[in-house]
Design a protein around this ligand. Structure first.
Ligand code: IDP
Ligand code: MG
Length: 136
């Protein structure tokens, strides 16, 4: 069995989309193993987005993630890492496929692709690292 880290980012929490996003995960058949709604410290977010350090969107991204509470979810099931990323849709919400979380529920609010509602781990290695960081 595989597990992944799903985040409902501050835009999703502020827009009251926690229920809708978790509903889609459960409807797909994945199992919610753990949930935590909190405002993560900057150090956690910097570690979480370490791979993007130095990119132009990195600092604004960390600031955005500090703008309100985030829901962290440990989601489990066979091939859930790729399965959740498929549910989430591509990074840019403007062009994410309809039927996906980002495609149906997100759009550009003038900040390019920053506010796209969710995060999902992108490999087994990132999932292990991120689950330890958020739930360790
Ligand atoms: P992912 O969330 O689809 O895996 P990543 O490339 O890992 O996408 O980027 C992490 C997050 O950084 C994105 O979900 C988005 O919130 C933000 N981001 C990525 N690229 C840009 C950009 O060009 N401008 C602003 N924010 C960005
Ligand atoms: Mg990513």
């Amino acid at each position: 069995m595989q597990s992944t880290l799903v985040l409902v980012k501050p835009d999703g929490v502020q827009r009251s989309l926690i229920g809708e996003i978790l509903r889609r995960c459960e409807a797909k058949g994945y199992v919610i193993e753990d949930l935590k709604l909190f405002s993560p410290p900057k150090e956690l977010l910097e570690k979480h987005y370490q791979e993007h350090e130095g990119k132009p969107f990195y600092e604004p991204l960390v600031e955005f993630m500090l703008s309100g509470p985030t829901l962290a979810c440990k989601l489990s099931g066979e091939r859930v890492i790729e399965g959740f990323r498929s549910l989430a849709g591509t990074t840019d919400p403007t062009t994410a496929a309809p039927g996906t979380i980002r495609g149906d529920l997100a759009r550009d609010w003038g900040l390019n692709v920053q506010q796209n509602l969710v995060h999902g781990s992108d490999s087994e290695e990132s999932a292990a690292k991120e689950l330890a960081l958020w739930f360790g």
